[in-house]
Design a protein around this ligand. Structure first.
Ligand code: AMP
Length: 478
């Protein structure tokens, strides 16, 4: 298994790596002039036909490292479906598709995104038109494979698992099995990730053909341009510190944006309402929000209409938004790997950026574990206590109003959120359940809704614990 770094001063150009002129020109047109190390190392072996495992810091140009050689091979022998990219989150799927579309424009590339929360019938129609590249999340693609016979992936030349560690270690196992069974044995398999794990090594032994493997030898998992800070404060005044940091940032950086990562969907929601109560516009991204709203929120944030995004770890993988200058970890991630992915949303492609991790008296051990993994000590971000004191009451009030607002959500809305949560816990797709209802039409909807209500009232009368299964069944059918 080859494994090498580019020697200093010997970095080749894109044409030196064997890419055709049209691709080199297209890269230049979008500002990609010099290959990054992962591109330098992985593009030639992929062009030669090897399976490949690429592991490098987030934001290091991984997408182009697999997209460029796939596009080149496709242009030599064009047919659809030529390549399948599987990725863990829907937002990442949309983003990868954008990069493919931009780079593949000169050859009239057709890309289809197959993700949950979007009309399945329309997606099925697009799949049957044989796009060149399919980008998919595992659950929705497995659903299509199980339910339709109007498309096939038996002739694909490339399978890419992006954020492979998360795909192989998450709850995607059964869906991936369905997908792998549907693919040809003879194909090139490419695994890309910021972190290589034991599961990936297992997969490599089982299903890859003497893969070329490239790991960045850089000693840290985060980039040098990232200024990694922590701010220490007592837990009970955390949100006032947060508000102070945000205000300072938005005043000093008129053109840039920031992401706040939170630990839970509920907290993400409360914090968004709190910020709005304090006059800050922000977008919200977590899994209990409907897919259409998720896409709209992200679009607002990407276009810089809203400069603050409050998100759970749903947004921590792969998202590439050049304007993001700061990441705030409202909670210290319990896994250093999650920290690496979160802070990787800034300081991308050679740009600078800052991360601030909010640390309370209870988090010291977690911070030490992160510092050990990233081989870097975070430095303190100084927030003078005297600047926070005047806003303590205002922030506390805005927060308690936000909590009350969450409580006051009308019954229907709260029930809908609860239903989504239940489905997610059961490993099901809540947007798909919504679509099922839409497809069923109004009379069916009414019938199902009655059925649901009677299920719910009967289950409620059976006590909280016992009723769980029944409730979820009823809710899914709505
Ligand atoms: P990725 O790691 O694939 O998410 O890419 C991060 C960002 O780097 C994207 O905005 C890419 O367009 C950009 N990028 C990829 N390759 C290069 C390159 N060789 N030079 C400059 N920017 C690049």
């Amino acid at each position: 298994m080859a494994d090498f770094e580019v020697e200093k001063g010997k970095r080749l150009s894109f044409s030196g790596l064997g890419l055709h002129d049209w691709l080199v020109r297209q890269c230049e047109a979008v500002g990609i002039k010099q290959p990054t190390p992962i591109q330098h190392n992985c593009i030639p072996p992929i062009l030669k036909g090897s399976d490949c495992i690429g592991c490098a810091k987030t934001g290091s140009g991984k997408t182009a490292a697999f997209a460029l050689p796939i596009l080149q091979k496709l242009s030599e022998d064009p047919y659809g479906v030529f390549g399948l990219v599987v990725t863990p989150t829907r937002e990442l799927g949309i983003q990868i598709a954008e990069q493919f579309r931009v780079l593949g424009k000169p050859i009239g590339l057709r890309v289809t995104v197959v993700i949950g929360g979007i009309d399945m019938v329309e997606q099925g129609r697009e799949l049957s038109k044989k796009p060149h590249i399919v980008i998919a999340t595992p659950g929705r693609l497995a659903d299509h494979i199980k339910s339709t016979s109007t498309f096939d992936l038996h002739a694909i030349k490339f399978l890419v698992l992006d954020e492979a560690d998360r795909l192989l270690e998450g709850n995607f196992g059964p869906d991936l099995e369905v997908i792998f069974d549907f693919l040809p044995a003879k194909r090139q398999t490419l695994l890309f990730s910021a972190t290589i794990t034991d599961t990936m090594k297992e997969l490599q032994k089982m299903s890859m053909d003497k893969p070329f493997s490239w790991h960045s030898k850089a000693p840290v998992a985060t980039v040098e341009q990232l200024d990694q800070r922590y701010v220490l404060m007592p837990a009970q005044v955390k949100d006032a510190y947060l508000m102070y940091i945000i205000s300072e940032f938005t005043e000093k950086n008129r053109d840039h944006s920031l992401i706040i990562f939170t630990s839970t969907c509920k907290y993400c929601h409360v914090l968004s309402i709190m910020l709005r109560n304090l006059g800050m516009q922000c977008a919200t991204l977590h899994s209990l929000v409907k897919q259409k709203t998720r896409i709209a929120s992200l679009a607002m944030f990407k276009s810089n209409h809203v400069r603050i995004l409050v998100a759970t770890d749903l947004a921590s993988r792969g998202l590439d938004i050049p304007m993001v200058q700061m990441i705030i970890n409202h909670n210290v991630p319990t896994s250093p790997k999650d920290y690496i992915h979160r802070v990787g949303r800034t300081a991308r492609a050679g740009r600078g950026g800052m991360s601030i991790t909010m640390v309370t008296q209870f988090d010291v051990k977690l911070v030490q574990a992160i510092e050990k993994t990233i081989n870097t000590k975070m430095t303190e971000y100084k927030v003078p206590e005297k600047n926070v004191l005047p806003i303590l009451n205002e922030v506390a009030l805005a927060k308690s109003k936000a909590e009350m607002k969450l409580e006051e959500l009308d019954f229907g809305e709260r029930r809908a959120i609860h239903k989504r949560k239940q489905l997610i816990l059961e490993g099901k797709d809540p947007d798909e359940a919504d679509e099922e209802i839409k497809r069923a039409g109004p009379s069916q909807k009414k019938k199902k809704s009655h059925q649901q209500e009677s299920n719910q009232s009967s289950s409620e009368s059976h006590g909280k614990h016992k009723s769980k299964g029944k409730q979820s069944k009823g809710k899914r059918s709505r």
